[in-house]
Design a protein around this ligand. Structure first.
Ligand SMILES: C[S@@+](CC[C@H](N)C(=O)[O-])C[C@H]1O[C@@H](n2cnc3c(N)ncnc32)[C@H](O)[C@@H]1O
Length: 268
């Protein structure tokens, strides 16, 4: 099925809708579910990984908004708006927070524009690609929403693994971070193969490629490179369930089940 927006092709899987499927949402189609099930056959804990990433998002954005006084967020790879996205978490703590959400999925765009329309100029949505940071940074809607002379929380959550090495992900992050003033924050979560066998990792990357959602699983050392020039706060780069989770009274997921690393760092 093709939607009225000719750029929305529901016959091929898309990361935003597949992630929505893993999280138990309704905004997904057969191709997304099929791709999601193929990955789940290789990584049975993939839904746990998605949930742990969302928990990390909540804790990290809470930390920035509540404990570090951040009132501006640039959330790239924002995902389908819903309970627990960056803008929701930030604005629940500080309703005056200003947020720019960026995503390259036209379906996310449709939801995002509705969200922005009802926000009286405090939330903007840009349909843009992370691989073109210049276009994001110079967009008039970003400039109208964020004051780039004041600290910004840049959140790149579960998105950088969709950039191949040829996409120059380190340059992309460097360009974004260098546009932000001292006192800003870089928050990253990223899928890793560190806790899988090489065979499983290769099969996961191959399955992603076949279903049209290629991803590049990176090692902790490779993920650490995204933070070059910034100051990581404790506990550094750790599996998502281990990042500032002491106040969550529950049995933690294992690093292998979470399959992602996360960290937050001060800029400047
Ligand atoms: C797994 S979801 C993560 C959503 C949210 N950040 C979170 O952590 O809950 C990844 C999101 O990144 C978006 N995305 C993937 N590649 C992108 C790119 N090159 N530019 C912008 N967004 C991208 C997808 O459309 C999807 O909404």
């Amino acid at each position: 099925m093709r939607s009225k927006d000719s750029r929305i092709d529901t016959t091929v899987a898309h990361p935003a809708r597949r992630y929505n499927y893993w999280l138990g949402g309704d905004d997904n189609f057969a191709a997304d579910r099929q791709s999601g099930d193929q990955i789940a056959a290789l990584l049975p804990a993939i839904r746990t990984a998605a949930v742990e990433n969302r928990r990390f998002l909540r804790r990290a954005v809470t930390h920035l908004a509540r404990d570090r006084g951040i009132r501006q967020f640039l959330d790239i790879g924002a995902g389908i708006p819903g309970a627990g996205n960056t803008h929701e978490v930030a604005r629940a703590i500080a309703p005056d927070s200003r947020v720019v959400c960026v995503d390259n999925d036209p379906i996310v765009g449709a939801y995002g524009r509705t969200l922005a329309d009802g926000s009286a100029g405090t939330v903007a949505y840009l349909e843009a690609d992370l691989r073109d940071p210049e276009r994001i940074l110079t967009d008039p809607r970003l400039r109208a929403t964020l004051d780039l002379r004041r600290p910004v929380g840049l959140t790149l959550l579960a998105v950088l693994h969709f950039l191949s090495d040829a996409d120059q992900p380190y340059r992309v992050v460097r360009d974004l971070v260098s546009a932000l003033p001292a006192g800003s924050w870089l928050v990253v979560s990223h899928a890793t193969a560190d806790f899988m066998s090489p065979e499983t990792a290769a099969a996961v990357e191959e399955a992603g490629l076949r279903s049209g959602v290629p991803s590049r699983l990176r090692s902790r050392t490779e993920i650490a490179r995204f933070f070059e020039g910034t100051s990581l706060i404790p506990p550094g780069i750790v599996p998502t369930p281990q990042w500032h989770s002491d106040d969550e009274p529950r049995v933690r997921s294992t690093a292998a089940d979470a399959a992602m690393y996360a960290g937050a760092a001060l800029v400047g």
